[in-house]
Ligand binder design. Structure first.
Ligand SMILES: [Mg+2]
Length: 394
């Protein structure tokens, strides 16, 4: 079997409320959907987060084409190694979502040809369902509390909120509202996206400990692991590495530095699903749990990750997903919208390969939205740029 073509379709799907983080905002999810065709007539689906932008993903995909066309989609490891080493010259972070989308589509082809869901190709079901957190959009405290109430009512066990705002007092008010709305049993995870200096982080996390936080995500720069280890040694909340742990090589450095209690892993940022499994294994050997990170994704990429997570023991926390934030999706009944979740968990698709299909009407609608308004969906929108700060903010 040989790969005969790659078709790419950028789409923009709105969020129910804007995603606001320490350094900007975006009003929806831009992804590049890809379809990899073969001479056997089997087509594999993939999805790349628009990171750093949809234009860059599309450019990388064009650059990859000569390395992919004519290749055997079953030779996933060889194909990815060839792309990484020959095709993208080690620029792994910026090129990775496009690589990951091609790799994802190859796995979809494999599963379809074998007649097996991907989970069975990655070790089988270690767990029946995959838990995801409820993404509570950063907003006024009353709105945060209302969303957290909705999360608990919908059965989610973990709520996630971005902190790192310009005034830390508003962060404290929002976290208080989050606990108030979610109730005493909910697990609360907050993410500062590197906004704080070590001193500020220690002071604020100690103040926030009274809200019984499950995890504190990336309080300080991910580039200086000594800072993370310093904070970790002085607070009573476990530290989750994210910006510090994009690739397996970064994760190894975090482990060696004793800089985190839990590590984020992400197939989009590290060349695909096989590397996601490897990353989890690396952390397992160090005795550490992992969390699937998301740059934002729709049903195709979410399904791909769910198969691997279901087959891998040390995904012990709720994983990052955008289902609670997305107003819709490009697949039917999987991904965006709370109806895709039961008790905050996703079912592992049972069909062959990824087990999801594109909904042509939705793809057409959101491809058109990308064409007309795509630029305003990115983190680079002018309003966000005007609000940008230097690191650390406080
Ligand atoms: Mg994060």
């Amino acid at each position: 079997m040989r790969i005969t073509g790659i078709r790419a379709t950028p789409v923009a799907v709105p969020y129910r409320s804007p995603e606001v983080w320490a350094f900007g905002r975006r009003r929806g999810q831009v992804s590049v959907l890809i379809e990899v065709d073969t001479d056997d007539g089997v087509t594999g689906l993939g999805e790349a987060a628009a990171y750093p932008s949809a234009d860059i993903v599309l450019a990388v995909l064009r650059g990859l084409e000569p390395l992919v066309l004519g290749e055997d989609p079953f030779a996933v490891e060889r194909l990815v190694r060839r792309i990484e080493l020959v095709g993208t010259w080690h620029h792994v972070k910026a090129t990775s979502p496009a690589i990951a989308a091609v790799e994802m589509a190859c796995w979809d082809i494999l599963g379809k040809v074998c007649g097996q869901p991907l989970v069975n190709l990655f070790g089988g079901r270690f767990r029946e369902r995959v838990e995801c957190f409820y993404y509570v959009a950063r907003a006024e405290p009353d709105d945060v509390a209302a969303e957290a109430r909705l999360a608990t009512k919908a059965g989610f066990g973990t709520c996630y909120l971005k902190v790192g705002s310009d005034d830390p007092r508003t962060d404290i008010e929002r976290v208080a509202a989050l606990r108030d709305g979610a109730g005493p049993d909910a697990r609360l995870r907050i993410d500062a996206n590197e906004a704080w200096s070590p001193g500020t982080a220690v002071r604020l996390i100690r103040e926030l400990e009274r809200f019984d936080l499950e995890l504190m995500e990336q309080p300080v720069s991910g580039r200086n692991l000594d800072e993370m280890a310093y904070v970790r040694g002085r607070v009573g909340v476990p530290i989750l590495a994210n910006e510090a742990s994009w690739t397996r090589y970064d994760q190894l450095a975090v482990i060696k530095a004793g800089a985190a209690d839990v590590l984020s892993v992400d197939n989009q940022m590290d060349g695909g699903l096989a590397n996601l499994k490897r990353a989890a294994g690396l952390c397992e050997a160090a005795g550490l749990p992992v969390v699937k990170h998301s740059l934002g994704e729709l049903g195709v990429a979410l399904a791909a990750a769910v198969h691997v997570i279901a087959s891998t023991p040390n995904f012990r926390y709720a994983n990052q997903a955008y289902g609670a934030l997305l107003a819709d999706d490009v697949t039917s009944g999987f991904g965006g919208g709370l109806e895709s979740y039961a008790d905050g968990c996703m079912e592992v698709p049972s069909g062959p390969g990824l087990g999801v299909a594109l909904d042509p009407d939705r793809v057409a609608r959101y491809a058109e939205l990308y064409r007309t308004e795509g630029a305003s969906f990115s983190f680079g929108d002018p309003q966000a740029l005007a609000r940008a700060h230097a690191l650390p903010k406080l």
